[in-house]
Design a protein around this ligand. Sequence first.
Ligand code: PEP
Length: 254
Amino acid sequence: MRKVMIAGNWKMNKTFSEGVELALALNEELKDGTGDVEVVVCPPAVDLKGVAEVIEQNDAPFGLGAQNVYWEEKGAFTGETAPDMLTAIGAGYCIIGHSERRGYFGETDEDINKKAKALMAHGIVPISCCGEPLEIREAGTHVEFVVNQIKADTADLVIDDPAKYVIAYEPIWAIGTGKTATADDAQEVCGAIRETLVEIFGAETAAEIRVLYGGSANEKNIADLVAKPDVDGALVGGASLKAPQFAEMVKNAQ
Ligand code: PEP
């Protein structure tokens, strides 16, 4: 049985003290618990330690994720963060392959595949993003495009615990634009991702891998999205930056 996940991607927003404030506010909003929903926040790297302390000191009902990682263990890789470093500050999740990293920083499917393997070797849950740009959607080849990303991103990946590998389908044209894919659009692609996972990993493993939707998801549309059979939650940008709105989204995802 897949547990719904709502993961907040704060992107490059919130200074250290603002991040701590947001985490404290979210803890307060979620004080009655999150029901059956697994909640994760992914602050900027320099905020991780502060948010980790909020979670630890308050026994907060959400997990901590990073927004990026490098696949090497250590060494001369200026500006990068190793999986071990994330584990050491209590981050149990990490976004990889976000379209902003693919688009602005040239992250490739090969990089994403290496990052997933490195994270999983350290017990960190990858939240691995995929999704098509507008021109591919308009050409009608979006399913094929995303299926090819999934195949490349999971090449030779060994999944021992399918609950610890998460995919986020994020059509690029819907990210930060206010244009949400309809729940049926999301299901079309998330369903195709599931079929691809069945081909790659077998039915039993594929049935336990969560496939999230991302792209202008919010407290108003989340219930329709998670009602679809292959949509297991959301990766959330804008709507994760205000504690009451994000908490409402968690509530409506239950
Ligand atoms: C995201 O960045 O992963 C995202 C889905 O952003 P937004 O919710 O703002 O569209």
